[in-house]
Design a binder for this molecule. Structure first.
Ligand code: TMP
Length: 208
């Protein structure tokens, strides 16, 4: 007798430009996961998610200039700590991990945005054994809409980049989604919160 194991995504990341609305949708994802996983879930974020990671986040988002490679390595330092002390232990307990940004952000921001070689990021991912999420929700919005949504909010060092930088970041996310459609779901996020939420629910119903 053979039984087919149904793979339930346990590690979910949310991605998109600053101002895409992903953080607002996290609670919705959590609500859905709560009904599906008796072991519960954790909500976390990158850069951050640990005491050390939050300190690194502070350095990264502060306005002091940082070389692109140093920025990349700080992000991976925070990620290594996050994986070891938060993400992997939660997954080992069977919990769902819902992460506000993760490794696709590094490809999009540091690779496409800053212009660092994608092969360098691939190598760090390989050497540090950074696992990919089971499911990534990419909230896709045009750059001008993302910028309009952010208007009036304080701007951190990365958000202070110009339109061309964010066009490259968006292209980076789209390239990641197109090259791995089984993992990355593109969510057109120009609509109202409620409409985007319904798209999120539909994706979770089919993929979880
Ligand atoms: P947040 O405001 O969505 O929490 O993200 C903080 C900033 O960090 C955001 O501008 C994107 C940036 N970031 C990177 O540049 N590379 C990364 O790998 C991650 C996780 C975030």
């Amino acid at each position: 007798m053979s039984s087919m194991a149904i793979h339930k995504p346990l590690f979910i990341s949310l991605e998109g430009l600053d101002g895409c609305g992903k953080t607002t949708q996290m609670d919705r994802v959590a609500e859905f996961c709560e009904t599906r996983n008796p072991h519960g879930y954790i909500l976390t974020r990158e850069p951050g998610g640990t005491e050390v990671g939050e300190r690194i986040r502070h350095i990264l988002l502060d306005h002091a200039a940082i070389d692109a490679k140093s920025e990349l390595l700080l992000i991976f330092a925070a990620r290594a700590q996050h994986l070891k002390t938060i993400i992997e232990p939660a997954l080992a307990l069977g919990q769902t991990v819902i992460c506000d940004r993760y490794v696709d952000a590094t490809y999009a921001y540091q690779g496409y945005g800053r212009g660092l070689p994608i092969s360098l990021i691939d190598e760090l991912v390989r050497i540090l054994r950074i696992p990919l999420p089971d499911l990534t929700l990419f909230f896709d919005v045009p750059v001008d809409l993302a910028q309009a949504r952010r208007k009036g909010r304080p701007t951190d060092r990365i958000e202070a980049e110009g339109t061309e930088f964010f066009e490259r970041v968006r292209n980076g996310y789209r390239a990641r989604a197109e090259s791995d459609p089984g993992r990355v779901a593109i969510i057109p996020a120009t609509d109202t919160l409620a409409a985007v939420g319904q798209t999120v629910d539909a994706i979770l119903r089919t993929r979880c």
